[in-house]
Design a protein around this ligand. Structure first.
Ligand code: AMP
Ligand code: ZN
Length: 499
């Protein structure tokens, strides 16, 4: 089946042809890790997760490389670290900054895992690619596309003729419309920062222009090139066709709030530093999640976090369902009514699957053609969900239809342990991050605990629960049985304490 995707760069839907079908390469701009992700931040994660699943289905699970970065150079991270230092926290400012980023990345993983998003192949942190950013900036200076002034390095926007092409604006329109900063170190107000100086209270790295830190745009250009071009090329993974398009990969994604200036700047600096490169062939942008017609954002204060919803008891699959029910190129609102309808639907589907299908046989690879077809049409998730709904309505007692429903839901990341337990079922999800051996070990311990409880040996039952907890496994008992969750990292060595 051929996949068609809307390309922001050409403003039309196009058949998707990767440069190398054995090595499909995608980059998506990830979060700035200064605080919990709000619900809007989850939209690109879920949209590009569906695309990732579709590409893996079409080209093979090992044939797709998905990179999503963590921006861990940011004034808001620094602020938190400085506050902690003033409040007496021990460690250097760098340590405290790292601590804040680690903490935020941990939350991000927990929240996005709960939404059923697969982890990307690589999740680079900007601070681990500073050398590459310095090298790119230096090259741009050498070639006349950038200049250094007062500890800053700036990109000469007027040197790149196609600037504004992605977002369809002229440089003059952009100056009129955007809040471009006029500064004494700039030749032209449109020029943007590749490098800026850091004073002693800020994190910094040594560079030819003094101690400083990178600008945001150069981070993505450097990480994308490193992980989607240099690394696979060095490993000898790229086909002749891919090698004939140097420094170029297939898909670049992000929210449409990033089209200008972030993506425009990424293109300008990447194409100028690597002459002949196309950077990304397809540009995909999701529309915004809104609150009463306005973009949900931290700065407007009109936000709630993914964690807020999960803590209120909204299952991750419900959030996922609501998000996928609107096409990614349309703005959408989160409403309680939508969440309630999604929850009822998912509970009904789980209960039907429980009655009619065999969970042991669920296989996401056997997803139905209709689902693949809908998603291949520029990720029509709305129609994919509608297809599932129609299937349930006409399934009657036909068990194979429910088996198919289960396969399709597994493919879309909508099968849920919690929902099976809510309908009185115990099931360890096949997509779990644990190996089969680890799953079996946990299942045996849960059985041993049930036996201990049945024998009224509560001390033993509690001991098993405590030890599992120390290994990162939390148990939940309900009418239907016991389910478990792994929070953070599973540490099987802790289980050795059990005799
Ligand atoms: P940030 O951490 O603000 O750079 O955002 C991380 C990702 O979330 C980017 O791809 C943004 O485009 C996206 N994003 C931010 N706000 C929203 C929103 N309200 N709706 C959809 N996507 C958003
Ligand atoms: Zn980016």
């Amino acid at each position: 089946m051929s996949i068609t995707l809307y390309n922001t760069a050409t403003r039309r839907k196009e058949p998707f042809t990767p440069l190398d079908p054995n090595n499909v390469r995608m980059y998506v701009c990830g979060p700035t890790v200064y605080d919990r992700a709000h619900l809007g931040n989850a939209r690109p994660v879920l949209i590009f997760d569906v695309l990732y699943r579709l590409l893996r289905h079409e080209y093979g699970a090992d044939a797709v490389t998905y990179v999503r970065n963590f921006t861990d150079v940011d004034d808001r991270i620094n602020e938190t670290a400085q506050k902690r230092k003033q409040a007496g926290a021990t460690g250097s400012l760098e340590d405290l900054i790292r601590e804040r980023s680690d903490e935020t990345i941990g939350w991000y993983h927990a929240d996005m895992d709960a939404l059923g998003a697969l982890r990307p192949t690589h999740e680079p942190r900007a601070t681990e690619y500073i050398d590459q950013m310095i090298a790119m900036s230096q090259q741009l200076i050498n070639d006349g596309f950038a200049y250094a002034k007062d500890g800053h390095v700036l990109f000469r926007v007027r040197k790149y003729d196609d600037y504004g092409k992605l977002s369809g604006r002229s440089v003059d329109d952009m100056i009129a419309g955007a809040r471009v900063e006029v500064a004494p170190y700039k030749e032209d107000p449109m020029d943007f920062v590749l490098w800026k100086p850091s004073d002693d209270d800020l994190p910094g790295w040594d560079s030819p222009w003094g101690r400083g830190r990178p600008g945001w745009h150069i981070e993505c250009s450097a990480m994308a090139d490193e992980l989607l071009w240099k690394l696979p090329r060095e490993k000898g993974l790229l086909s002749q066709e891919a090698l004939a398009h140097p420094h170029t990969f297939d898909i670049h994604g992000g929210g449409n709030d990033l089209t200008f200036p972030h993506h425009e700047n990424e293109i300008a600096q990447s194409k100028c530093v690597h002459q002949g490169s196309e950077y990304a062939q397809v540009w995909m942008h999701n529309e915004m999640l809104q609150v009463e017609g306005k973009k949900m954002s931290k700065s407007l204060g009109n936000f709630f976090t993914v964690r807020d919803l999960l803590d209120q008891g909204v299952p991750g699959e419900v959030i996922r369902f609501v998000m996928l029910s609107t096409h990614y190129r349309k703005p959408m609102d989160w409403t309680e009514t939508k969440a309630n309808i999604a929850e009822l639907k998912l509970l009904e589907w789980h209960s039907e699957i429980k009655t009619h299908a065999r969970l042991e046989d669920v296989n996401a690879n056997c997803v139905s053609n209709e689902i693949v077809e809908a998603l291949s049409n520029d990720l029509d998730t709305h129609n994919a969900l509608k297809h599932l709904d129609d299937q349930v309505k006409t399934a009657g007692n036909a068990s194979e239809k429910y088996q198919q429903l289960a396969n399709d839901m597994q493919f879309l990341g909508l099968l849920s342990r919690e929902m099976f337990s809510a309908t009185g079922f115990f099931w360890v999800d096949a997509d779990s991050l644990l190996s089969t051996d680890e799953q079996q070990l946990i299942a045996e311990l849960i059985d041993a605990r049930s036996t201990a409880k049945a024998l009224k040996d509560f001390q033993r039952a509690d001991e098993i629960r405590e030890i599992l907890l120390s290994a990162g496994v939390t148990l939940t008992d309900s009418r239907g049985g016991t389910t478990y969750k792994v929070e953070g990292v599973f540490d099987p060595s802790k289980l050795e304490a059990l005799e």
